[in-house]
Design a protein around this ligand. Structure first.
Ligand code: SF4
Length: 242
C-alpha cells in the first residue's frame, strides 16, 4: 500500500492499544526504514524509542540536533548510548552564517531578553537544522506524550506534519511518565543523570531547570514564559501555531 493511502483516523483507532514495537514495525513496513528517522533529544522517551528502534533495525536512523547549548550530562549520555548500542547519531548543527550574526548582535544570553529573541534562537539552533533532516525522510518518529503539557494534550500516534508535509509518528502518545520509567528500568536503558536531580524534561542548559513535585513535566522549560505558548517550534504545526 502506498503511504498516500494511509488513513490517519483509522490507523489511530487500530493502533491506540498496540505497543511501540508494533507501531514502529508498521511504519517501517509502509514507509521504509531508510525514509523514517527518530528525533532524539536524549530524553527518557527518546531513549526508550532508541532502544526499540535499534532492536528492530540496528541501522535505524536516529538524529540529534546539537544546538551547542546542551548540558554536559546530555553529551555524556550520548556517548554512553552510542557505546551501548554500537551506532552513530545523525548529528545536525546550526549554520554558522545564522548563528554568528545572532550572537554578535544580541549576545550569548539573548533568550532571556524577550520571547522574540528566544524564538529566534530556537529557530536558528533547532528548527532550521530540523528542516534539513526532515527533507530526507517521509516520516519522523517522536517521543511526544499527551501528559507532558497543555501544548501536547491532543497529540496522536499517527499525524500529518503540515510544516514539512511528511508523517509524524508518536508511538508513546498515550503513555504515562511512570510507564516510560518502568520500561527504562526494566531494559536497563541509560538516562540523563539530571532526572535524579529533579529535572523532568531536559533541553538546552540555559532554558531548563528542575521542577517541584506536582508541577507540569515541562514547567522547567522556558519557565519565564506563558505555559500555553512555550514550545521551541519543533512541534508547532502551521495550522495551530497561532
Ligand atoms: Fe536557544 Fe534556549 Fe531555544 Fe536552546 S532552548 S535553542 S538555548 S532559546
Amino acid at each position: 500500500m502506498s503511504i498516500d493511502k494511509l488513513d490517519l483516523e483509522l490507523l489511530n483507532n487500530e493502533y491506540k492499544n498496540k505497543s511501540p514495537f508494533e507501531i514502529i514495525k508498521y511504519v517501517y513496513d509502509k514507509i521504509g526504514a531508510s525514509r523514517v528517522a527518530l528525533a532524539s533529544s536524549l530524553s527518557i522517551e527518546d531513549q526508550l524509542l532508541t532502544d526499540i528502534l535499534l532492536k528492530i533495525d540496528n541501522k535505524a536512523r536516529i538524529f540529534f540536533i546539537d544546538t551547542g547549548r546542551h548540558f554536559q550530562s546530555t553529551y555524556d549520555l550520548m556517548d554512553r548510548t552510542m557505546r551501548k548500542y554500537h551506532f552513530n547519531y545523525e548529528v545536525y548543527t546550526p549554520e554558522n552564517y545564522d548563528l554568528e550574526p545572532l550572537i554578535r548582535e544580541y549576545g550569548p544570553n539573548l533568550f532571556y531578553k524577550n520571547v522574540d529573541l528566544r524564538k529566534k534562537c530556537c529557530e536558528i539552533r533547532k528548527v532550521k537544522p530540523l528542516k534539513r533532516v526532515l527533507a530526507t525522510v517521509d516520516g519522523w518518529i517522536c517521543g511526544l506524550r499527551r501528559q507532558q503539557s497543555v501544548t501536547r494534550e491532543n497529540v496522536n500516534i499517527f499525524e500529518w506534519d503540515y510544516n514539512h508535509s511528511i508523517y509524524k509518528i508518536n508511538p508513546i502518545a498515550f503513555w504515562t511518565e511512570n510507564m516510560v520509567w518502568d520500561y527504562i528500568k526494566k531494559e536497563n536503558i541509560p538516562y540523563n543523570s539530571l532526572y535524579d536531580k529533579g529535572f523532568r524534561s531536559i533541553g538546552c542548559q540555559p532554558c531548563t531547570r528542575a521542577v517541584k513535585p506536582g508541577e507540569d513535566v515541562r514547567s522547567g522549560r522556558w519557565w519565564w514564559e506563558d505555559p500555553d505558548k512555550k514550545e521551541c517550534g519543533l512541534h508547532i504545526q502551521k495550522h495551530n501555531a497561532e
